[in-house]
Write a protein that binds this ligand. Structure first.
Ligand code: PMP
Length: 368
């Protein structure tokens, strides 16, 4: 009889099988072969000079992507949520006032995170699909005097792209840091961190950047660093403590780096490759249009009489194609189609439209 109490699982004797799928939901998006192959390079030590050079390239790529000269620019180990917590946990101390703009689920989550560290949290709320005027924002800033104002640029739960111009200036008038979530919009909609007065900006690797999930670019203005590095208390998270991360990413000007955590080496290779593609393809940032709708995630009103779950399931089964239902306030109301980075082609739009048309023909429609 074997001495191991738990036998080797039979399922792990089967080879890994991963289907090919069109990833046209709100993320993750498809990762092109070039980026996947970059991730298959040999593993080196997280403190090896070659990796520090790759991290430095990533930093330059993020500065370009975000349109910022901030030296405090790096990629976190983790997803968009890691970046949300990194921003809030570093910028806010217990007892301080935080204001979040809620027009979907991300403002709610930011409020939840700030509450968990003992901040005094206030929200301004717009109906799902809505935005906030500069007047509404100024009124709330003057009333609550927050140290941090959180706003989502691309509300992926409702499909809204929030205008940013003027908000940074307002925040600074009230001595407040401006924190922007661009997980669903960065690279797919105009955003210039420095010009728009954003103090903390983050995104995720798995959407427009077409890299695997697991790294989250983030950048902090000098104003943000000023507050963060003059805290009275340590941030609640060791893992997300910006003074440690700044050293690991060579952002603190110190001559040597100290081990903080083991960086996700393969994910760094992939992220670097996706930033290379961006630098090659986009060329000069030349955004000259204004949008109210998020171009990366399109919300479509769920057709009356149909069960949205049947539609998404039909499309998955028939076309091996993911589109998704609503999230938070939009559950049951919309379908969400994400065409991000390499997925945003006319051919893919046509494919989704054909799939939707056929779904409406084949799925059950109630008479009521
Ligand atoms: N913010 C927004 C706007 C998002 O769309 C998402 C992901 N859907 C997140 C934050 C969280 O990102 P992640 O799932 O990578 O943690």
């Amino acid at each position: 009889m074997s001495s191991t109490a738990v036998a080797p699982p039979a399922c792990l004797r089967r080879p890994l099988v991963v289907p090919r799928r069109f990833m046209f939901g709100p993320g993750p998006s498809n990762v092109p072969p070039r980026i996947l192959e970059a991730g298959a390079n040999p593993i080196l030590g997280h403190m090896h000079p070659e990796i520090f050079e790759i991290m430095s390239d990533i930093k330059s790529g993020i500065q370009y992507l975000f349109q910022t000269k901030n030296s405090m620019t790096l990629a976190l180990t983790g997803t968009g949520h890691t970046a949300m917590e990194c921003a809030i946990f570093n910028a806010v101390e217990a007892g301080e006032s935080v204001l979040t703009a809620v027009n979907g689920i991300w403002g709610e989550r930011a409020a939840d995170m700030a509450e968990r560290i003992g901040a005094r949290v206030n929200t301004i709320v717009a109906p799902p699909g809505g935005c906030f005027s500069l007047e509404e924002i100024e009124k709330a800033l003057s009333k609550h005097r927050p140290v941090l104002f959180f706003l989502t640029h691309g509300e992926s739960s409702t499909g809204v792209l929030h205008p940013l111009d003027g908000i940074g200036d307002l925040c600074h008038k009230y001595n407040c840091l401006f924190l922007v979530d661009s997980v669903a919009s960065m690279g797919g909609a105009p955003l210039c961190m420095d010009k728009q007065g954003i103090d903390i900006l983050y995104t995720g690797s798995q959407k427009v950047l077409n890299a695997p999930p697991g790294t989250a670019p983030i950048s902090f203005s000098d104003r943000a660093c000023q507050k963060i590095f003059n805290r009275k208390t340590k941030p609640v998270s060791f893992f997300l403590d910006l003074s440690w991360l700044a050293n690991y990413w060579g952002c603190d000007g110190k001559p040597s780096r100290v081990y903080h955590h083991t960086g996700p080496i393969s994910a760094f290779y992939s992220l670097r490759e996706s930033l290379c593609i961006l630098a090659e393809e986009v060329g000069d940032h030349n955004w000259s249009f204004v949008l109210a709708r998020l171009p990366t995630v399109t919300t479509i009103v769920a057709p009356p009489g149909y069960d949205w779950k049947e539609i998404t399931a039909y499309i998955m089964k028939t076309y091996n194609l993911e589109i998704s239902g609503g999230l938070g306030p939009s559950v049951g109301l919309v379908l969400r189609v994400g065409l991000m980075g390499c997925n945003s082609s006319k051919a893919n739009v046509d494919m989704v439209l054909t799939a939707l048309k056929n779904a409406l023909k084949h799925c059950h429609k109630s008479r009521v």
